[in-house]
Design a protein around this ligand. Structure first.
Ligand SMILES: Nc1ncnc2c1ncn2[C@@H]1O[C@H](COP(=O)(O)OP(=O)(O)OP(=O)(O)O)[C@@H](O)[C@H]1O
Length: 581
C-alpha cells in the first residue's frame, strides 16, 4: 500500500482542499436548521415579513455557498483521484513491461488486465469518495449532536440514545455485507475472465460448435454473481426500513418532548423543527459513512492487488552497458552461439523441460531444431533470447555469457520470429519499423522480399501504408507469418530465430524463404524450429529433441543414418527410403 501512496504526494494540495471544502459545506449544512428555527420562532411568531424574507435570503445564500463548496470539493477530489490513478496505471504498465516471461507466466495475462483496468478504477472511485466524505460525515454526525445540545440540552438526550442504536444497525449491516461484497467482487472477476477468454477465442468456439457449452459456463458463473449480489442486496435493503423506523420513533419522541417543553415554555416550535432536521441529517450521514467504509474497503483490497503486482521484482537482471566488458570473461573460440550443458525447469514445474543441452554453432551457420510437440524446441530458443534464464549451464553468444549483455545489446543481436504471428494495429510500415525505427522504405522492401511478402504487399492498395487491424486480424495466417519474419529481418540481426514461423507457408514459399535468407549478404546465424524435415534438411546442424533431451545431433544425412527419432519423423513425412508420402 505504501508503494502506492507515494504517488498521492503530487496531489497533496488537492487531497487537503477536497475534504476542507467538504467541511465548509458541512458547516453551512449545520447552520440551515438554526436559520429555519429562527424564521419559525421569530419571523412567523411575530408575523415579521422582513425578518422572514431576509432569513429566506440567508437560507438561499447558505445553499449557494454550500453548493459552491461541494462543487469545488468534487473538483479537487476528482483531480487527486484521477491524477493518482493515472500515475499508478502508468507505473504498473511500465512495471509489467519490465517483468520477465517467468513472472508473467506466474501472474497470468488476465490477472494483469484486471489489475490495470477494473482494480485501478475501483481505487479511483474509492479515493474520490474517501476524500469527500471521510471528514464530512463524522463532522455532521457530531456537529448535529452539538447543535442539538445548543438548541435544547433536554431534547438532545434523545440523540444520545438514538445515535448509538442507529450506529449498531448501520455498521452491523455493513460488517455483515463487507465479506459478501468481496465474494461479489470475486464472482465479477470470474465473469471478466470468462468473457475475455470467450472473446479472444470466439473463432475456436465457433469452429468447435462450443457456443452452447460456453453459454452454460457463462450462465453458471453469472448465476453465482447474481445470487451473491441478491444476498448482499437483501441484507443491505434492511438498512432503510430499520433505520427509518428508529428515526421516526426518535422524531415522535422529539415531537412529544418538544410539545411538553413548549407547553412549559422551555422551547419554541422552531427548535423542534431544527431537532428533527438534525436527526435526519445524522441518519443520512451515517448511511453515507457505512457506504464509504464499504467502498474504501473494496478500494483498499484492489489497491493491495495492484501493489502485489508492483511487489513482484523481475528476477532477470540485465547487465549495464558500462559493465559489459568487466562481466565478459568467458570469450574462448570463434563460436557464435554455444549451449554449455544447459538445463531448464519452468517455475512451479516439477521436472526439467530441457536437460543438459550442449552444442556449438559457428557464425553464419544454420541450425535446425526438430522434435515432437512439447519436446522443448521453443523453450530452447527462448533461452537463447533470454526470455528465461537457464537453471543450469551457460549460454554464450560471441563467446560471452548472454547474462553479460545489456538488454538492448542482446535484443539488437537477435531477431526473433515467434510461433504465434503477432502484429499490432497500425500499418504494415509501422509494424515493420518495430525492427528498426530508422529503416528506409528500401530496407523495408528488401526485408519483405526476403520474407516472400513483397508480392502480396505490392498488391495491397496502400502497400506499406495498408492498415493492419488489432492482432493483424485483416491478414491471413501466412501473410502475418511473412510480415513477422520481415519485421525481424528489418532489425538486421546477427542471429535470426524462426520458431515454427513458416508453418502456415506452402512448401515452395518455405523453400524460397530459406533460400533468400541463405543468399543474404550478411553472415547471419539462423535457428529454425520446425516440425518439417524438409525445412531443416539443408541446415549445417540439426538438433533432435525428445522430452527435453538431445537424442540426435548432426546433418540431415548423418541423422538419417544414426538417429531413430529423426528417421521416424522423416519417414512419417516422406515415406521409407525417401519416397514421398
Ligand atoms: N510458460 C510455461 N510454463 C510452464 N511450462 C511450460 C511453459 N511453456 C512450455 N511449457 C512446457 O514445457 C514443455 C516444452 O514446451 P515447448 O513449447 O518448448 O515445446 P515445443 O517443442 O516447442 O512444442 P510445440 O512443437 O508444440 O510448439 C511442454 O511440456 C510445455 O508444457
Amino acid at each position: 500500500m505504501k508503494k502506492l501512496l507515494i504517488y498521492l504526494r503530487d496531489y497533496k494540495k488537492e487531497s487537503i482542499l477536497a475534504p476542507a471544502f467538504k467541511m465548509l459545506e458541512a458547516t453551512f449544512d449545520l447552520l440551515v436548521p438554526l436559520v429555519m428555527a429562527a424564521i419559525i420562532n421569530t419571523g412567523i411568531a411575530n408575523k415579521d415579513k422582513g425578518y422572514i424574507l431576509s432569513h429566506c435570503g440567508l437560507l438561499i445564500l447558505l445553499g449557494v455557498i454550500g453548493l459552491t463548496c461541494s462543487i469545488t470539493a468534487q473538483y479537487f477530489a476528482a483531480k487527486a483521484s484521477v491524477g493518482f490513478c493515472t500515475k499508478v496505471r502508468h507505473v504498473l504498465f511500465s512495471h509489467i513491461q519490465s517483468l520477465g516471461f517467468a513472472e508473467m507466466d506466474k501472474l497470468g495475462t488476465s490477472t494483469l488486465i484486471t489489475r490495470m483496468t477494473s482494480d485501478i478504477n475501483q481505487v479511483q472511485s474509492g479515493l474520490n469518495l474517501f476524500l469527500r466524505l471521510f471528514l464530512r460525515s463524522p463532522f455532521i454526525v457530531f456537529g448535529s449532536i452539538v447543535m442539538a445540545f445548543i438548541v435544547s440540552p433536554k431534547a438532545a438526550v434523545i440523540f444520545v440514545v438514538t445515535i448509538p442504536l442507529l450506529s449498531i444497525v448501520v455498521f452491523g449491516i455493513m460488517l455483515i455485507t463487507m465479506p459478501l461484497y468481496r465474494k461479489v467482487q470475486g464472482s465479477l472477476d470470474g465473469i471478466l475472465g470468462i468473457t475475455r477468454e470467450n472473446l479472444t477465442g470466439v473463432r475456436v468456439i465457433r469452429a468447435f460448435g462450443r457456443e452452447e457449452q460456453e453459454k452454460d459456463r457463462f450462465e453458471e458463473n453469472n448465476g453465482l454473481l447474481v445470487r451473491s449480489q441478491l444476498l448482499v442486496g437483501k441484507i443491505s435493503a434492511l438498512m432503510n426500513p430499520l433505520t427509518y423506523v428508529m428515526i421516526n420513533l426518535a422524531v415522535v419522541v422529539i415531537l412529544n418532548t418538544g410539545a411538553v417543553q413548549i407547553h412549559l415554555g422551555n422551547m419554541q416550535q422552531g427548535d423542534v423543527v431544527a431537532l428533527v432536521n438534525y436527526m435526519n441529517q445524522i441518519l443520512i450521514e451515517l448511511v453515507k459513512l457505512a457506504n464509504l467504509i464499504i467502498q474504501v474497503t473494496k478500494a483498499m483490497a484492489c489497491a493491495e492487488r495492484v501493489a502485489s503486482v508492483l511487489n513482484v521484482e523481475p528476477e532477470m537482471e540485465f547487465s549495464c552497458p558500462e559493465n559489459n566488458a568487466k562481466n565478459r570473461k568467458t570469450g574462448t573460440s570463434d563460436e557464435e552461439v554455444a549451449f554449455d550443458h544447459v538445463s531448464f525447469t519452468y517455475g512451479g514445474a516439477g521436472a526439467e523441460t530441457l536437460s543438459n543441452i550442449h552444442f556449438t554453432v559457428k557464425k553464419g551457420q544454420t541450425v535446425g531444431i526438430i522434435g515432437g510437440t512439447g519436446s522443448g524446441k521453443s523453450t530452447l530458443v527462448n533461452l537463447l533470447a533470454r526470455f528465461y534464464d537457464a537453471t543450469d549451464g551457460q549460454i554464450r553468444i560471441g563467446g560471452h555469457d548472454i547474462r553479460s549483455y545489456s538488454r538492448e545489446e542482446l535484443r539488437g543481436k537477435i531477431g526473433m520470429v515467434m510461433q504465434k504471428a503477432q502484429l499490432f494495429s497500425g500499418t504494415i510500415r509501422s509494424n515493420l519499423l518495430w525492427g528498426n525505427p530508422g529503416a528506409t522504405d528500401e530496407m523495408l522492401w528488401a526485408a519483405l522480399e526476403t520474407a516472400q511478402a513483397a508480392e502480396f504487399v505490392q498488391k495491397k492498395e496502400k502497400q506499406l501504408d495498408e492498415p493492419v487491424e488489432q492482432g493483424g486480424r485483416n491478414l491471413s495466417g501466412g501473410q502475418k507469418q511473412r510480415l513477422t519474419i520481415a519485421r525481424a529481418l528489418v532489425e538486421d540481426p546477427e542471429i535470426l530465430i524462426l520458431d515454427d514461423s513458416a508453418s502456415a507457408l506452402d512448401f515452395a514459399t518455405d523453400a524460397a524463404l530459406r533460400k533468400a535468407i541463405r543468399e543474404l549478404d550478411k553472415e547471419m546465424t539462423v535457428f529454425i524450429v520446425s516440425q518439417r524435415t524438409s525445412s531443416l534438411m539443408h541446415a549445417d546442424l540439426i538438433l533432435v529433441l525428445d522430452d527435453g533431451k538431445t537424442v540426435g545431433m548432426g546433418t540431415h544425412e548423418e541423422l538419417l543414418g544414426n538417429c531413430p527419432v529423426y528417421q521416424e519423423i522423416y519417414e512419417s513425412q516422406f515415406g521409407k527410403a525417401g519416397e514421398t508420402a
